[in-house]
Each structure stands twice: as C-alpha cells, then as structure tokens.
Design a protein around this ligand. Structure first.
Ligand code: F6P
Length: 542
C-alpha cells in the first residue's frame, strides 16, 4: 500500500497535466478523429459487452490512469483481498465476500483456518431449509405450510435481499409471498403483515450483529404479532429463523440456534447478499438458481483478479470514476438499468458504494485533500428519462451515467424490448454528441428557441450490454460494482470496509429516545435547536 499523499504522486501529477489538455476536447471530435474509437474502448468479458468509448478520455488517459492504479499498488491490493489479509484495518478484519462464492475445493485461510468448508456447509443448510419451505414440508405451529416469508433487516441485511428478490421475481415461486421490513417506522411492519396470517408466516431476522435497533425493534414487534394469535412461546421456533454472526444474541432473543444460518465477521453487511443473508433469495428462486447467481459472482471475481487492467471491467469503471470525481469534479453518477426488474439496483448500489467510499480520511488516518466517494443515484429507464435526465442533458452539472441493458427481454411482448433498448442507445448518443446550434438552424428552428434546444453533449456514459437478466448475470453485475468500489478505495487510500460514519447518529438517537418517551419533563442538555425540537414534538404529540 502506497502511503504517499495521492496528489503528490508523479502519476497523479501526470494526470493533472493531461487533464488540462483534454478537458476542452469534445467527445464528438474524438469520434470524428478516430474511426476505431468504439472498438478501442470496448471490453467484452464474461458475457458483458462494456462500451466506455463515450467518455472524455483517449488512450493516453487510460494509460495514465492505469499507471496510477499500478503505482497505488492495486494489483497487490486485489491479491491481498482474495488471500484473506486483514485489509479492513480499522476493524482488523479480512474482507472475503469472494470466499462466499468460491468453489468447494478452494482454500482460503483466515487466521490459519480454511473458511471454504464452512461457507459450503451453510449453503447446504440454507438449501435444505429452503427446500422444506418450498415443498411445504416445514409447517407452522398449527400445522399449516408457510406461505409468507418476511425478511426483517436493514442496510446490507435488507437492500441485497430485496434487490435480488425484485430482480429475480420472474424466477421466484409465485405462490409464496415475500415481504421486506427494514424501517423503524411502524408503518413498514404494519403494511408488510396487514393481510398475513401468522400461522402461515415465517420471519427471517437478518442482522449481522443482531443488535441493530431497527431490526431488533421490528423483530420484537413481529414476535408479539405472532404470539397474539399463536399464544405459545413454543411457536417461535416454527416461525422465526435468524441470519447472523452473533449466536449468543440470537439465542437471547429466543430463536433456537439450530434455526440460525451463520456468516462471519469477514463478510461486510453491504457485501453479504450471497451469504446466509440471501436466505430469502434462495427460498424465492431455489438453490439451483442461487448457485447460478454465485457462479456469476465467481466469474467476475476471476476476471477482476486476472484480467490486465486495460481489459478489466471493474478496474476501468473505477478509474473512470476517479477521473470524473477528482479531475472533472463531477457531482454524481447515475446508474440507469433498462430493466424494470432492476428497480432496486440503484438503491442497493447506494449503500455498496457510498457506505464503502464515503470517507474523508485515509487508512492511516490522514485527512484526504482530494475527492472521494461518488454520489450514486438512479432509476430504471425509461422512467428516469421523464424525470431527472433533463438535468443530465442540459443542466450545469456533470453526471456520468452507467446504462445497463439486456439483449433479450425477460418478457417478450410485442415491440417493447426493442423500443426500450432503442432508448438506451439514443440516450447515450444524445448525451455524448448533443445537438448543435448549426443543426438547429439548418432545421429552421425559431431563433429564440435555439439556446433552449441546444444540447452541448460531451456528457460521458458507459453502456453495459448483457444477454438477459438471469441469476447468473445479476451476480456478475453486482460483482463488477463490488470490485469497482474496492479498486477506487485502494487508489483513494481508504478503508472501504468500515462504516464509522453511521455511529454518531445511532448514539445520539439512543440518548434522545428516552427524552421523547419520558412522562416527566426531561432536562434537555442539547444545543438550543435540538432542545426546542424535542420540546415542540412533546407538546405536539400530547
Ligand atoms: O448502517 C450501518 C450498518 O452497520 C450497515 O453497514 C449494515 O449493513 C446495517 O447497519 C445492518 O447491520 P446488521 O446486519 O448488523 O443489522
């Protein structure tokens, strides 16, 4: 790991100088001058056609960015992660989501112990349990089969499962209902269970730590909701299972640890969707599809580990992200899946990317003097086109985009898919090439409308084209973003695997909650704004 300040590195300085040459270049001219540009800046690997030619780059940009990656020790950092070194240094933990999808004969040691057999033992246990639910063999306390599966979790214990369920709904058992409760707002729980019968409902309490306030509060409410009908503590064992690393807390909650599916401290919450946290996914799509999803992850793991940087999709994505964040000072990044089933993919990526790289100090605690942590947002196309795309096309901000499309639809209905994909290609084309004053004038546009109808273009985007949304391709998509985050974190010199920034708010909420609930007037010792808000709330709720 390089401890030199990033901005002092000769490779960074070379990029700064190069940026001055390229910042005024238009993508339009870059294409005009280089007939082979599309080919030059397209990588096809593991069934992903990745076109990054509509970026404000040339071959030298990519060479200089790759030099930076080399100088930052990315190659060794990738190996260190895969080998199970404790690269999460503030928590002194290995980072081994890649072990969750390793083949059974792989050997990955953590503290001298091969973790792969345990990973596969949990997968087998998940499979056996999923099959019991799917076949109706697992009965609720009153002898009825389970029809409803409610996952209770938040952050990584929710976003991955809900994203995967929505993405793979067409592969899921339609006679089972899946619900996801995350928010501490009681509305979330109330709406999730309002039409469910506790006798036919299984709660999956998903929490790595089994201490998270939201999850524990919702799990307690779920328990009371079940017992209000089932009237017997013994019913809990038939209606609750836990996904956690904390057997003690699971047992203290009243869930039999034989109904617990384990994972390990080397799986980060936002990197856990293919661990035991994926139990709801496996129940929905079945073990075979789940294992296909793992094979998708694995294919990209191998790609990330072995492909040279200039052909390495996650590395290229990471370098482009840094190019825009730090040199162009881009203000965000839009992820635009043209597949309605991926509607929760942007929300999932927000935690993955921003909880990982939203950091202002380096691994060794120095304040950074460059931009980190790209702001991700997005919506499925074409819906987003009728919403925020206006700002991306003609606003004052630079927002690079990732377009994700598939050659084959999940539902082949009339012209829908070709029309959908026409929009992917059209949007990327419009962003890059725009529409000039000359073109508008030649069309006879009214002069006062010309400035409004001009599109500057030069707005960068990547296009990812895959064959079809399947469990396997979903695994690939998630893995390319996981590894992109890793590569960026290495170059920005961050610990991408801790999340201290979520702590302070949790602690303060813990202090304020009793002040809202107490019958006696509390003595408030916050700042004057917080004191007044608490007082106004107490008065208003009376
Ligand atoms: O929000 C912080 C966080 O720790 C996330 O990183 C994590 O995914 C989420 O809370 C849930 O944590 P747990 O699985 O321990 O309940």
């Amino acid at each position: 790991m390089n401890n030199q300040s990033l901005k002092e590195m000769p490779e960074w300085k070379a990029l700064e100088a190069h940026f001055e040459e390229i910042r005024k270049e238009h993508i339009r001219n870059m294409f005009a001058e280089d007939p082979e540009r599309a080919e030059r800046f397209t990588v096809t690997a593991e069934g992903i056609y990745f076109d990054y030619s509509k970026h404000r780059i040339n071959s030298r940009t990519m060479k200089l960015l790759a030099d930076l990656a080399e100088a930052c020790g990315l190659r060794e950092a990738i190996e260190a992660m895969f080998r199970g070194e404790k690269i999460n240094n503030t928590e002194n933990r290995a980072v081994l989501h890649t072990a969750l999808r390793a083949p059974a004969d792989a050997i990955i040691n953590v503290d001298g112990k091969n973790v792969v057999p345990e990973v596969h033992a949990v997968l087998d246990k998940m499979e056996a349990f999923s099959e019991k639910i799917r076949s109706g063999e697992w009965k609720g306390y009153t002898g009825k089969a389970i029809k409803n599966i409610v996952n209770i979790g938040i952050g990584g214990s929710d976003l991955g499962p809900v994203m995967a369920y929505e993405a793979l709904r067409n592969y899921s058992r339609r006679d089972l209902n899946f619900r996801f409760v995350s928010n501490i707002d009681g509305t979330d729980f109330a709406e999730a269970v309002r039409d469910l019968n506790p006798e036919e409902t299984l709660f999956i309490v998903a929490s790595k730590t089994f201490t998270t306030l939201e999850t524990m509060t919702n799990a307690g409410t779920a328990r009371a909701w079940c017992l209000a009908t089932l009237k017997d503590e013994a019913a809990i064992a038939r209606h609750f299972v836990a996904l956690s690393t904390n057997a003690e807390a699971v047992s203290a909650f009243g869930i039999d640890t034989s109904n617990m599916f384990a994972f390990w401290d080397w799986v980060g919450g936002r990197y856990s969707m293919e661990s035991a946290i994926g139990l709801s996914t496996m129940i929905a799509i079945g073990a075979e599809n789940f294992r296909e999803m793992l094979s998708g992850f694995r294919a990209i793991d191998n790609h990330y580990r072995t492909a040279p940087f200039e052909k390495n999709i996650p590395v290229i994505m990471a370098l482009l992200g840094i190019w825009y964040a730090d040199f162009f000072k881009a203000q965000g990044m839009a992820v635009l899946p043209y597949e309605q089933y991926l509607k929760r993919f942007p929300a999932y990526l927000q935690q993955l990317t921003m909880e990982s790289n939203g950091k202002g100090v380096t691994r060794d605690g120095r304040k950074v003097n460059y931009e980190t942590g790209v702001i991700y947002f997005g919506e499925p196309g074409t819906n987003g086109q009728h919403s925020f795309y206006q700002l991306i096309h003609q606003g004052t901000k630079l927002i690079p985009c990732d377009f994700i499309g598939f050659a084959k639809p999940v539902h082949n209905i009339g012209r829908h898919h070709d029309l959908l994909m026409a929009n992917v290609f059209a949007q990327a084309e419009a962003l890059a090439f725009g529409k000039t004053v000359e073109q508008l004038e030649a069309e006879g546009e009214k002069p006062f409308l010309v400035p409004h109808k001009t599109f500057e273009g030069n707005r960068p985007s990547s296009v990812f084209l895959l064959e079809k949304l399947t469990p396997e391709t979903l695994g690939k998509l998630v893995a390319i973003y996981e590894h992109c985050v890793h590569a960026q974190g290495v170059i920005w010199q961050l610990d991408s695997f801790d999340q201290w920034g979520v702590q302070l708010g949790k602690v303060l909420a813990g202090r304020i909650a009793p002040e809202l609930e107490s019958v006696a007037e509390p003595v408030l010792k916050h700042d004057s704004s917080t004191n007044s808000l608490i007082q106004a709330y107490r008065n208003m709720k009376k």
